[in-house]
Design a protein around this ligand. Sequence first.
Ligand code: SME
Length: 156
Amino acid sequence: MAEDLSILKGSKQAQYESLIPQIEGLLMGETNLVANLANISAALKEQFNWWWVGFYWVHDNELVLAPFQGPVACTRIKKGRGVCGGAWEQGKTLIVEDVEKFPGHIACSSASKSEIVVPVIKEGQIVGVLDVDSELLAHFDETDQLYLEKIVGLIP
Ligand code: SME
């Protein structure tokens, strides 16, 4: 497909519904992990213009910074630390409406106010997480969870 996204305005659901087939197109025939994580981050940033969106990937029992869009970020997160390490340890998506109220939140940027972290699961193992930060409080909900879980499920 052409490497241009069509950016739809409208409800959050409509935006995800328009974006998902385009992400499928970007991933089609490409097996390189870095390339695919980079394009998913870029597509989500272009559609939603979130403050920070990207991946941490499991290496040697730590989460290590992987392709992302946004300001520079901390590079390594241990299991159980912060929202990312928490989602990894608990094996489920975490939605944090106010990061200041999340014990152990890792503040990569003081601008970040709310966050969603979605585990990427391959053959029953968590291999990484998708992390999204917003400068708005309570920006993420179950609709984001539903669609972001679908999107990480597309990673080959
Ligand atoms: N806030 C995250 C750390 C990663 S950055 O937000 C990019 C956390 O608490 O795990």
